[in-house]
Ligand binder design. Structure first.
Ligand code: NDP
Length: 251
């Protein structure tokens, strides 16, 4: 492997690391040499993950984090210690039509997916600027942030905002040595999506993907390692779709 993909000596904080993508990203990034900090609300899940990683020889620790709570974000970053890379991955979805959706559900999605990502980016950037250190942010957005899907208004709006936040941070902080890029995954089976993907509607949706199927978690590894490492040293504000061509599905 090209050594520029390696993350030896780098500390990476992954939000939403108690399940799904985040848990998988911890494996991938630690296998590339990173020290990983797993952050989320479900502490038992994090403790199990850290145990498994440590048994494999990785350097890993868990920090409790609720991205919707400013104090929790401050405490989690302090407990993590200085980081080099932030993977902004925590996210939720509350599907439903706009006219029937509770305002609380709308707010929860925006607070977690958008404001949470912004809050973690702000905390990481402030620390990097204080230390005059370079930094890397990888935001996990979604193809639904680039095109719409039915009954996902809150989620789609939050992810479209994450895509634009990515570009905005790239513009504001690139000169200061802080790069921000985003991955827009298509559909992958996790706790967030497994019920939908198993449903007739989900199965039908997968037939519209040019590759004819949902993604496998390991198919995110290339984009993740590229954007987290020096291999992407001239990438800033880039939005990479990993979706089997779903964004190209025919009209
Ligand atoms: P999961 O539900 O498995 O993971 C979501 C993670 O986010 C969990 O670890 C959860 O941990 C964490 N989380 C949720 N709310 C908070 C919060 N307030 N504070 C801290 N952590 C929080 O789903 P995925 O792995 O699929 O989702 C990961 C990201 O990928 C999300 O941003 C999602 O929108 C995005 N995505 C997923 C796709 C898919 O097909 N699966 C497609 C496109 C994007 P805990 O509950 O312990 O706090």
């Amino acid at each position: 492997m090209d050594p520029r993909f390696r993350l030896d000596g780098r500390r990476v904080l992954i939000t939403g690391a108690s399940s799904g993508f985040g848990r998988h990203f911890a494996d991938v990034l630690s296998a590339a040499g990173a020290e990983v900090v797993l952050a989320a609300r479900r502490r038992e899940r994090l403790a199990d993950a850290v145990r498994a990683l440590t048994e494999r020889g990785a350097t890993a620790k868990a920090v409790a984090l609720d991205v919707t709570d400013p104090a929790s974000v401050q405490e989690a970053f302090a407990a993590a210690g200085p980081i080099d890379v932030l993977i902004n991955n925590a996210g939720i979805s509350r599907p439903g039509s706009t006219h029937t959706m509770d305002e609380a559900d709308w707010q929860a999605v925006i607070d977690t997916n958008l404001t949470g990502a912004w809050r973690c980016a702000k905390t990481a950037i402030s620390a990097w600027l204080e230390r005059s250190a370079p930094g890397v942010i990888v935001n996990i957005a979604s193809i639904v942030g680039l095109r719409v899907a039915r009954e996902l208004g809150a989620y789609a709006a939050s992810k479209a905002a994450v895509v634009h936040l990515t570009r905005s941070l790239a513009l504001d902080y690139g000169r200061l040595g802080i790069r921000t890029n985003a991955i827009c995954p298509g559909y992958f089976a996790t706790e967030l999506t497994e019920d939908y993907l198993a449903s007739p509607a989900g199965q039908k949706q997968m037939q519209r993907v040019p590759l004819g199927r949902q993604g496998r978690l390991e198919e995110l590894d290339g984009a993740l390692l590229l954007l987290a490492s020096e291999m992407s040293s001239y990438m800033n504000g880039s939005i990479i779709a990993v979706d089997g061509g779903h964004l190209c599905s025919g009209l």
